[in-house]
Design a protein around this ligand. Structure first.
Ligand SMILES: [Zn+2]
Length: 284
């Protein structure tokens, strides 16, 4: 008797939860943002809307299509025209240089005057966050040859690593000026790739190709990354969310063995992201 009551209760609870989920989805469908943002809000659940990869995906629907913009692959990685991929380059000299007595790594930057003072403050805060936990120092450019030029172009994107000379980090005013997104793009500029492109990712996630938007499968390629001996991190600010590039509201990335583990919800650099910066740049 007790068992059947329990089953009945669980059943009711299940139905209640289901109804609640459906209500949330309806709320999103009817939300005022729908017209502005296009397909992305339609294809992911409410709680995933502000994940780094959803923000970037939403902002990047036209990325790389403006004249003068580089080609953008893997969601937000800029590649020089003619090259089809952005390989890890940190072994070949695309790290930023370390100098000075304290062993700091200086990354000179310019912020475009396109931004409002509030937007500038968000960007500056993310730039300075690296100084709190790593030896990387983003400093205003004076006359240094190599630097990053933060501009509002079409979407959020960055090259991987130092390219020599001035290099654009695009943070579109509409959609990219969030602490997590700024840190994410800066990590690309420092030489890091997306977490789920790691060479060993198949041990940690399953890619559900049947749910990916047709033509977007390339976003889920694997790269021969240097993992610096650090563990795979679902909480990395470089990890895509469960519904990245989903065509049908179904997950595109599922953690294994436990599919319920939270992935891609970081709102700032994780401890592992910080550790990797410190390892790659040999911070003391
Ligand atoms: Zn990215």
């Amino acid at each position: 008797m007790a068992t059947s009551t329990a089953i009945l209760l669980f059943g009711l609870l299940g139905i209640l939860l289901l109804v609640q989920c459906q209500q949330e989805e309806v709320k999103i469908d009817d939300g005022k943002e729908r017209g502005q943002t296009g397909y992305i809000l339609d294809s992911i659940p409410a709680e995933e809307v502000y994940t780094v990869s959803a923000l970037i995906e939403r902002a990047n629907q036209r990325a790389g299509q403006d004249p003068g913009d580089p080609e953008v692959v893997e969601g937000d990685i800029a590649v020089p025209t003619g090259l089809q991929n952005a390989d890890p380059c940190t072994a070949r000299g695309c790290k930023w240089r370390r100098h000075g007595k304290k062993g700091h790594v200086y990354v000179p930057y310019i912020i475009s005057n396109q931004y409002s003072s509030h937007e500038k403050a968000v960007i500056e805060k993310a730039l300075q966050s690296f100084a709190q936990s790593t030896c990387v120092r983003f400093t205003r450019r004076r006359r240094q040859r190599d630097y990053i030029h933060i501009q509002s172009r079409s979407g959020c994107w960055s090259y991987v690593g130092r390219r020599g000379g001035g290099q654009v980090v695009s943070l579109a005013r509409r959609g990219c000026v969030y602490h997590s997104v700024v840190q994410h793009e800066l990590l690309h500029a420092l030489g890091f790739n997306h977490e789920q492109t790691r060479s060993d990712r198949d041990l940690h996630v399953r890619i559900l190709y049947q749910n990916i938007i047709k033509g977007q499968e390339h976003n889920f390629r694997k790269i021969k990354t240097n993992n610096l001996g650090t563990p795979y991190d679902y909480g990395s600010v470089m990890h895509y969310s469960r519904y990245a590039f989903s065509a049908n509201r179904q997950p595109t990335i599922e953690p294994i063995p436990n599919p319920n583990v939270v992935i891609g919800r970081a709102t700032q650099m994780s401890a592992t992201d910080i550790l990797r910066v410190n390892l790659l740049y040999r911070c003391k």
